[in-house]
Design a protein. Sequence first.
Length: 343
Amino acid sequence: MKFLKKVGIFCLGAGLILGCCVLAGGCSFSNGKRIVRIAHGQSETHPEHLGLLKFEQYVEEHLGDQYDVQIYPNELLGSSQKAIELAQTGAIDFVVSAAANLENFSDIYEIFSMPYLFHSEEIYRNIMSDTQYMEQIYQAADEAGFRVLTWYNAGTRSFYAKKPIYTPEDLRGMKIRVQQSPASVSMCKAFGAAASPMSFGEVYTAIQQGVIDGAENNELAMTNNKHGEVAKYYSYTRHQMVPDLLIGSLKFLDGLTSEEYDVFYEAALLSTETELKYWDEQIEEAKQIASEKMGVTFIETDMELFQKKVSSVQQNMLDQNKSIRTFYDHIQEVNKKSQQEGR
């Protein structure tokens, strides 16, 4: 497992752990091989990291004489937003980011932040796995200097906090960490809570010190980052299904031959297969850890109560962002068909 190699690690910048030689582009090659840097914010045991190890393995099996893939977990190359900006310049070749972070670069990605967009996780997975259709969405970021190659399951987002949440009224007055997305902020306000966008790495301390009252994410995010130690109630509101996306710098991708591009693209698809497998396994483990070792109480809610509160948020998004309408209509067709089939 060579997720971290000793290249440029000792030149640290404030707020961004990136070797100075990386920023200067002077360490692009090692032993005659082009170094390919991948940044993400999860731990080495996270399904996304395990998926990226498959990516690394596949690329080096087919192009190992030319490319040396290096994976940097735990935001070692900076926050997701900063890593995306570095991918635009070509300082980083690939970045895993939540779809919400791409809204600043292409407004079509706002669709994923729409609350209660997908009627079930099965529908969400089926749509995201429709590679041919999703290509239309992924190419929208080309103008920003990067392209989405594939998606990773980031689960279903629900609220967890210091106190139990059964209804939207329980959220009133609470300070909740949300992703840095206007739609997520609007959703939180519709529930009567104060939205507090911040870096994911700041959440534990913020809850612990009372800066915020809770956050919203999946069960694995809560346990892997030990948020269950400071937030003892997890309420299944299932308000969003926001994928993480693997983006590649066009400065790198455009320099590949068609054969090389095919290898990297196939590696990306294989990484998704691997991530999905480990995701399902680890979510079940996370629930057990949270309940038995962290003392977290899981609460089932009446989701219709929460859905009604955000219907205006959905409509406002459609009115203000015309680029999401076609994708929204496509998802609603799938939702309707699934409902008719009784799924």
